[in-house]
Design a protein around this ligand. Structure first.
Ligand code: PMP
Length: 419
C-alpha cells in the first residue's frame, strides 16, 4: 500500500507491470539462484536481480564478510583517510587485469558514476596534457552507459535519452568503425563502448574482432578507449572481464553491478599510470570528484569476499559447461517455439527475441515480451524483457538443472498461448 502511495519505480509509469493490472512482486528472501515472494512462492532469478548478484543470494561467505566488517566499522570517509579493505580491493582489482597496466583504481557508487568518472578524467587529462581541443566523445548507437547526465549523454537508446541530449556533453554517435574513421579524431577525448555485447540493446553481441579493431583505431588517432564493463565484468561473459577475450586493455575500465556480488551499490574506474600522472603537481590539477560513500568499507569487504569466491568456488571454471548448456537450451527453445525469432548468447547472457510467426516484429502496444515474462513468472521464472527480447542472465552459481527448469518455465509460458 505504501509502495503504491509513495513509491516511484524506475522506468515507470510508462513500463510499469501495473499497466496490465499486475502488482509488483514483493520479494522477501533469496537462496542461491532462487528468490522467494511474500506469499512463499519460489522463483528462479533469471536476471541476477538486475544483472548484479553473480554468486546468487544469501551466500554464507558474503553474509559473513558483511557482518564482520559491520562489527569493525561500517563507514569512514575516503577523503584524506584510508581503510584497509579499500586498499586490499584496489590491489586485488589491479592484479586481475591481465597486463596490470590499469594500476589506479577510483571508487564510486554505481555504474553510471563509474562511467561519469571515466568521462571527466578523460576530459581533464586532455586539458592538462596540452590538447584541450579533445573535448568530444564517441559512443555507439543503441548503447547504454547509465542515467547520470554525462553517462546519459553517451546513451544511444533514443527513447530514454533523446530529450536530455541538449543538456549533456558533445557526442558523435556511430554504428561502426568505418563511421568512426570519418570523424575529426583531434577533437575526440574518448570512445565509449560496451565490450563484446550491448546489453540494453536487446543483448546484441559485436562481431568478433570489433574490440581489437577499436583499440587499434583509438591508438592510431590518439583517443582514449573507455570500456564500460558494468554489465560484462566479473565473469558474465565467461572470463573475469570481457576485454580479456580480445586481449584488449582500455585506458579506462568501468566496473560496478557484480563488484560486491550484488550486495551493495559500489563501482570502480580503473586507469593507467599515464592518466594518473597528469593529475599530479599543482593543486588545480587534482581530480575534484568524490561521493559521501566513496570506498565504503562494507562494499569493499563484500567485493573482496566476492572475488575470493571466484577462487574458492572455481566460479569461472565451473561456468564453462553451464555456458554450453545454456547454448543448447537456447537452440532447443528456438526449434520448438515458432515465436522465438532469434537467440543471442555471449557467455552467461542470452537474449531471446520474439516475433510474429511471419517474422515481423510485434507492435510495441502488444507488449509481447512483458506478457511472456508475466506468464513465465507463473511457472517459476523471474526475468524481464527488453522490448520483445527476453533476457536470461542467471547468477553464475546457477546449476545446469536450474537452467533447465528456467527454460522449461519459459517454454511453458510461450506455449501457453500468451498471444
Ligand atoms: N553501463 C551498462 C553497460 C549498464 O548495463 C548499466 C546498468 N544497466 C550501467 C552502465 C549503469 O549502471 P547503474 O545502473 O549501476 O548506474
Amino acid at each position: 500500500e505504501a509502495d503504491k502511495r509513495h513509491g516511484w519505480h524506475p522506468f515507470t509509469p510508462q513500463e510499469a507491470w501495473t499497466d496490465d493490472g499486475h502488482e509488483p512482486l514483493v520479494l522477501v528472501r533469496g537462496e542461491g539462484a532462487w528468490l522467494g515472494d511474500s506469499e512463499g512462492r519460489k522463483y528462479f532469478d533469471g536476471n541476477s536481480s538486475i544483472w548484479t548478484n553473480i554468486h546468487g543470494h544469501n551466500h554464507p561467505a558474503l553474509n559473513a564478510a558483511l557482518r564482520k566488517q559491520a562489527e569493525e566499522v561500517a563507514h569512514t570517509s575516503y577523503l584524506g583517510f584510508a581503510n584497509p579493505r579499500a586498499s586490499e580491493l584496489a590491489e586485488k582489482l589491479v592484479s586481475l587485469v591481465p597486463s596490470r597496466t590499469l594500476e589506479r583504481v577510483f571508487f564510486s557508487d554505481n555504474g553510471s558514476t563509474a562511467v561519469e568518472v571515466a568521462m571527466k578524467m578523460s576530459l581533464q587529462y586532455w586539458m592538462q596534457s596540452g590538447e584541450p581541443t579533445r573535448d568530444r566523445f564517441v559512443a555507439f548507437a543503441n548503447g547504454y552507459h547509465g542515467d547520470t547526465m554525462g553517462a546519459a549523454s553517451l546513451g544511444g537508446v533514443s527513447r530514454f535519452f533523446e530529450r536530455f541530449r541538449k543538456f549533456g556533453v558533445e557526442v558523435d554517435f556511430v554504428e561502426s568503425l568505418d563511421e568512426l574513421a570519418k570523424l575529426d579524431a583531434g577533437k575526440i577525448a574518448a570512445v565509449m563502448v560496451e565490450p563484446l555485447i550491448q546489453g540494453v540493446n536487446e543483448m546484441r553481441p559485436w562481431p568478433e574482432g570489433m574490440l581489437r579493431n577499436l583499440r587499434t583505431a583509438c591508438d592510431d588517432a590518439g583517443m582514449h578507449l573507455i570500456l564500460d564493463e558494468v554489465m560484462t565484468g566479473f565473469g558474465r561473459t565467461g572470463t573475469m572481464f570481457a576485454c580479456e577475450q580480445e586481449s584488449v586493455v582500455p585506458d579506462f575500465l568501468c566496473l560496478a553491478k557484480g563488484l560486491t556480488g550484488g550486495y551493495m551499490p559500489m563501482a570502480a574506474t580503473m586507469t593507467t599510470a599515464k592518466v594518473y600522472e597528469a593529475f599530479l603537481g599543482a593543486a588545480e590539477n587534482a581530480f575534484y570528484y568524490g561521493h559521501s560513500y566513496t570506498a565504503n568499507p562494507l562494499g569493499c569487504a563484500l567485493a573482496l569476499a566476492s572475488l575470493e569466491l571466484f577462487e574458492s568456488e572455481r566460479t569461472l571454471e565451473r561456468l564453462k559447461p553451464k555456458i554450453a548448456a545454456m547454448g543448447e537450451l537456447l537452440v532447443a527453445l528456438k526449434e520448438k517455439q515458432p515465436m522465438v525469432h532469434e537467440v543471442r548468447q555471449c557467455g552467461f547472457v542470452a537474449g531471446i527475441e520474439l516475433r510474429q510467426l511471419d517474422g515481423s516484429p510485434f507492435s510495441p502496444s502488444e507488449k509481447m515480451g512483458e506478457k511472456v515474462c508475466v506468464a513465465a513468472r507463473e511457472h517459476g521464472l523471474l526475468t524481464r524483457p527488453i522490448r520483445d527480447t527476453i533476457v536470461m542472465m542467471p547468477p553464475l552459481c546457477a546449476e545446469v538443472g536450474d537452467l533447465e527448469k528456467a527454460f522449461e518455465a519459459l517454454r511453458r509460458a510461450l506455449a501457453s498461448g500468451v498471444s
